[in-house]
Design a protein around this ligand. Structure first.
Ligand SMILES: Nc1ncnc2c1ncn2[C@@H]1O[C@H](COP(=O)(O)OP(=O)(O)OP(=O)(O)O)[C@@H](O)[C@H]1O
Length: 766
């Protein structure tokens, strides 16, 4: 299995790195050469310095380096242009420690395999937005059958003038008929209101049917909305509360965990008409809270259906559906339908959504945006692939083929270039594959270049050792504390300029819930330029305003996840940009997947030149300043490597991040694993983008994040674990560690394997 292969990759045998033999005498260079010879990296007398051909362009085998190092433009040596500038203590450390290896940024990097496609001579017309409200004047909320009071509320209080195409389709369908439904539409097309509006309208109408006191919070629970994460539940509940401001007699509430169950019980006891919940928490209350009476529930919504399944909630969902069936009774409120309507909602149509449909829906109608509402060109292009999921047409995507060694420096350069002018980009999300990488990038990107400060030794002289000084530490802590009490927000010092300061956020599922909420709200409400580095915990459903750019620094675990990630921008007809980092070699084939998301075969998908990113990020825009961009980039990288080397906590962070990243890499879904082949990863080069000089085989950080031991076992067994994901994504479920839950998770894993041949793991969220 690929997973096993990955583990083997970690263990570089002793025959490659032997225990150090002591070399004495001569200069340090002589000693280093002797050491290398003993390690078979330089073969004496072997006249051919020719590197042996590696089949994989990404893989440059250890020992392929030419014996004679070339000078770089900066005048330093390849394999350490930095060497001259390094303090003696580090040079000695590097010599002493056989695990360290300082390689040059710009040597031995594999070239992209696929040549850039010829540029289209004709300018590409900006595509018409496909998820915008219908502004033709014909389609209004009133025309679709919403009550005048609700339509007026939408217009005056929520400033929603016209429905989107999916809202038009779903409102007319769900108001007219009582059949189950599957709503499928692009990201950012307003699916939440597409199911909430008809539902609220129907419940509001019950009040009119009740002549006496009308419907109130004690009249019964009529609707339940289930969503996979607390963040999403909260978001849905805010939209719902806003809608219900025009029907104040109706009461909505949430049960999503993260607070005392007692308070949730009290809320249920007081009475609710609409409940938003995570599946784990709802199951808990169905089993243990007498006050939760579901006999009148007539609408059940399963939002982000594929995610609910991905996260291993099948068993819970099955249980919920059968309990609702079993407990359903005729309602005392006139006008309440006799049968329950179930609505499944998803932006992507995966196998597991179909399975969820089988569990929950009966004779469901498939609701999609009416093709008549699309512009003609899109309609024609779409004819043959009607069911294929599309990204919003106005979203401009690009990809950059960046070699492993250059990843970190390229990300920084791209962010520098993005925020060079105030106001051009407000918010950017950077997606990575694991929590450890989020934490590591957060530290690197919030760091000022050269930030260390010098320590004085006892004689009052500057010490060679450049560990971050107490002053720097204190200043950093103060700055962060001002921005956030939790250490999740910091100035993005590595890439922002004084004229346009950017705030950096970090978010992942291993953070406590209240910190996640705080950080997300802060990013969402930020009125200044902001970047959020996060895992896929923020990929689904979250509606964050003014996200102009999404960077996939690590590609998503599946094309579906990619679609959701980039869907955080270009919402509701607005513009948006997305950039994905791919490595030379097999990853380049992913471009075909990117193209499939477009109706026109991907004309709007462009390649961003990786060298250009560095040139513009480090060299600036003028010809003069751009000259020494290579030197500046090298300087920056070396500075980060030294900082990591000198500060044990950051070094450990880098190592953890590297390890988790490689493990996460092995969890791409089976169908896409040929494009993300762990065996093709050059671990040594990759380590550099984690500021490491360690040899990969020597990177072994003990102690994983809490709860990952289980995953590790699963991983070793070659199974994509969903249990970990669930822990991270919905902590309410984490409390359910009983036998039944484990069994459910085991079954789910088997199912995932069956459906997708392996698949995602906890890395999606944690
Ligand atoms: N008719 C409308 N007019 C203007 N804005 C709208 C309309 N409908 C929804 N919106 C706004 O559009 C944004 C996106 O809506 P929503 O989150 O429901 O999209 P979605 O389709 O569920 O996206 P995703 O698939 O990413 O979850 C929200 O901010 C919402 O307030």
């Amino acid at each position: 299995m690929a997973d096993d292969g990955m583990l083997l990759n970690f263990a570089i045998s002793d025959s490659v790195i032997k225990p150090e033999a002591k070399f004495k005498g001569g200069t340090w260079r002589d000693r280093l050469s002797a050491k290398k010879r003993s390690q078979h990296r330089v073969k004496p007398g072997d006249g051919s310095n020719k590197p042996h051909e590696s089949k994989n362009p990404n893989k440059v085998a250890i020992g392929t380096r030419p014996a004679k190092r070339q000078r770089t433009e900066s005048g330093g040596f390849e394999d350490g242009g930095d060497r001259e500038r390094r303090p003696r203590s580090q040079q000695q450390q590097s010599q002493r420690d056989p695990r360290h290896f300082v390689s040059s940024l710009f040597s031995s990097n594999p070239e992209p395999q696929n040549a850039e496609e010829p540029k289209n001579e004709e300018p590409i017309e900006d595509a018409k937005p496909t998820n915008a409200p219908l502004i033709d004047g014909i389609d209004t909320f009133t025309n679709l059958g919403l009550s005048p009071s609700l339509a007026a509320h939408l217009l005056t209080k929520l400033e929603l003038k016209a429905p989107t195409a999916i809202q038009k389709a779903s409102i007319s369908q769900l108001l007219k008929e009582e059949s189950d439904a599957f709503i499928q539409a692009e990201t950012g097309s307003g699916k939440t209101l597409a199911y909430l509006l008809p539902l609220v309208q129907r419940i509001m109408a019950l009040s009119k049917a009740t002549k006496e006191a009308g419907v109130h919070r004690d009249s019964g629970l009529f609707a339940i909305v289930l969503a996979p994460t607390r963040e999403l539940c909260k978001q849905i509940s805010v939209v719902l509360e806003n809608l219900l401001r025009c029907a104040t007699w109706l009461v909505a509430g949430t049960v999503i965990g993260g607070e005392k169950k007692k308070s949730e019980k009290a809320r249920l006891r007081k009475g609710l008409n609409i409940l938003v919940a995570t599946p784990g928490r709802l199951v808990d209350h169905l089993d243990n809270t007498e006050a939760l009476d579901v006999s009148s529930v007539r609408w059940l919504v399963l939002d982000e259906g594929d995610r609910l399944m991905d996260m291993g909630f099948e068993e819970e969902l099955q249980g919920i559906v059968s309990k609702l069936d079993a407990r359903q009774r005729p309602s005392r409120v006139p006008g309440v339908p006799t049968r329950r309507t179930t609505i499944l909602c998803s932006a992507t149509l995966k196998m597991n959504v179909q399975r969820l449909g089988e569990i929950s829906l009966k004779d469901a109608v498939h609701i999609k945006a009416d093709p008549e509402d699309e512009d003609e060109k899109a309609r024609n292009a779409n004819k043959d692939e009607e069911d294929f999921f599309r990204v919003p047409a106005q979203l401009k995507q690009s990809y950059a083929i960046v070699a492993a060694k250059l990843r970190l420096v390229s990300l920084t350069a791209y962010l520098k270039r993005t925020f060079i002018r105030k106001g051009s980009v407000m918010k950017t999300i950077v997606f990575v594959s694991c929590a450890d990488e989020v934490d590591f990038l957060f530290e690197v990107l919030s760091r000022k270049h050269g930030e260390r400060g010098h320590k004085k030794n006892d004689d009052g002289d500057d010490e060679d050792e450049n560990e971050e000084s107490d002053d720097v530490k204190k200043e950093k802590e103060k700055e962060r504390a001002e921005l956030s009490p939790h250490g999740t927000i910091a100035p993005g010092s590595a890439f922002s300029i004084p004229a346009n300061p950017v705030t950096l956020h970090r978010l992942h599922g291993s953070l406590p819930q209240h910190i996640r909420t705080f950080t997300l709200n802060s990013f969402a409400n930020s009125k200044t330029a902001s970047v959020m580095v996060c895992t896929d915990v923020a990929a689904r459903g979250l509606d964050l305003p003014n996200v102009d750019l999404v960077i996939e620094y690590d590609p998503a675990f599946s094309a579906d996840d990619h679609t959701h990630r980039i869907g955080r921008t270009a919402r509701l007809g607005r513009d948006g940009r997305a950039l994905i980092f791919l490595q030379p070699g097999c990853e380049e084939n992913y471009v075909e997947i990117l193209k499939r998301g477009y109706r026109d075969g991907g004309k709007a998908l462009t390649r961003t030149d990786a060298t250009e990113i560095l040139k513009r990020g480090f060299g600036g825009t003028s010809e003069h300043s751009s000259k020494n961009w290579e030197e500046k980039a090298t300087d920056w990288q070396m500075d980060v490597e030294r900082w990591a080397l000198e500060n044990p906590q950051y070094l450990e962070m880098g190592r953890r991040a590297f390890q988790s990243h490689v493990r996460a890499y092995a969890t791409h879904i089976a169908a896409e694993r040929s494009m993300f082949n762990i065996k093709e990863l050059h671990l040594g080069h990759l380590a550099k983008s984690f500021a490491l000089r360690d040899r990969p085989g020597k990177i072994n950080v003990p102690g994983l994040r809490p709860g990952k031991e289980e995953t590790k076992k699963d991983f070793k067994a070659g199974r994509g674990a969903t249990l970990g994901k669930r822990k991270a994504g919905d902590d309410s479920a984490a409390s359910n560690t009983d036998e039944a839950t484990r069994e459910a998770a085991r079954k789910m894993r088997a199912k995932m394997k069956e459906h997708m041949g392996g698949g995602a793991s906890e890395f999606n969220l944690a």
